[in-house]
Design a protein around this ligand. Structure first.
Ligand SMILES: Nc1ncnc2c1ncn2[C@@H]1O[C@H](COP(=O)(O)OP(=O)(O)OP(=O)(O)O)[C@@H](O)[C@H]1O
Length: 252
């Protein structure tokens, strides 16, 4: 095959990932050798029992923790030599992350929480504001722009966290139990939003123990005892792009 026809490198690659935590109770082998490839446009759910190592895997993929061994590639580029600062830049610009407990900045307004990553990435205040307005409208939160996070419901806070994670049009969205602290209505809302952004082309890796949430994905990886025990493609298209009418234009 000539270089011109070679398939593009996967957006995310992991090879031989190993991570052991050293807690008070001794070593915990959380990730015991994981190989994983995620292509652009995929929506991958990682499911498994509590303690299987799912969150640790997600933290490794987002550079929040470093593997003891193994390599992570982004767009075919090894991250082995990435400093903490370089990972922070990637998380600002090309990897959005949402967490179970939202992690919003409590003394900033909703608007400022969403604009902050854009400003830190070098966007002009005008551009950051326009992106924030677009996303908050899309997520049904425009009337909450001046509210403080503590004034919002859990579901609303998670939508703000989603807006913040998406404001820089990341190549990859990582979600760690995003509905873990929400009621069933909030869970359905998160599911609906993840599905919508995925249909517009957003690549997503979602960690969840909730089978209902995982069913929104088009690929479900079962994780058990630090390893992938099953990897099921559910038949959806692996790459879907947004049309010109899409509110969020994805850059990858
Ligand atoms: N910082 C840490 N220090 C020590 N042990 C840790 C640390 N983080 C995770 N662990 C342990 O590593 C194992 C895997 O944890 P992890 O949070 O990755 O699993 P999980 O599958 O996401 O679980 P859950 O669904 O309950 O969140 C668990 O036994 C956990 O207690």
């Amino acid at each position: 095959m000539s270089a011109a026809t070679a398939p593009p490198a996967p957006l995310l690659g992991a090879e031989g990932l190993v991570k052991t935590h050293h807690g008070e109770g001794g070593p915990v082998h959380a990730v015991r050798g994981v190989d994983l490839t995620v292509h652009r446009g995929e929506f991958v759910a990682v499911t498994g029992p509590s303690g299987a190592g799912k969150s640790t895997l997600l933290h490794l993929l987002g550079g929040l923790q470093r593997p003891d061994s193994g390599t992570i590639t982004l767009d075919g580029e090894s991250t082995d030599s990435y400093s903490e600062a370089r990972w922070a830049v990637e998380r600002r610009r090309s990897i959005g992350i949402v967490f179970q407990f939202f992690n919003l900045v409590s003394n900033l307004t909703v608007a400022d929480n969403v604009e902050l990553p854009a400003l830190l990435a070098g966007a002009s205040p005008k551009h950051a504001r326009a992106e924030r307005e677009k996303l908050l409208a899309e997520l049904g939160l425009d009337s909450k722009a001046r509210s403080m996070p503590g004034e919002l419901s859990g579901g609303e806070q998670q939508r703000v966290a989603l807006a913040r994670a998406l404001v820089n049009h990341p190549r990859l969205l990582l979600a760690d139990e995003p509905a873990g602290s929400l009621d069933s209505k909030g869970t359905r809302e998160v599911m609906r939003l993840l599905t919508r952004f995925h249909q517009r082309g957003q690549t997503i890796v979602l960690v969840t123990h909730d089978a209902r949430l995982a069913s929104a994905a088009d690929r479900v990886i079962s994780f058990f005892d630090g390893r992938i025990s099953d990897d099921a493609h559910l038949g959806g298209p692996t790459s879907r792009r947004t049309g010109p009418g899409g509110v969020v234009e994805l850059k990858d």
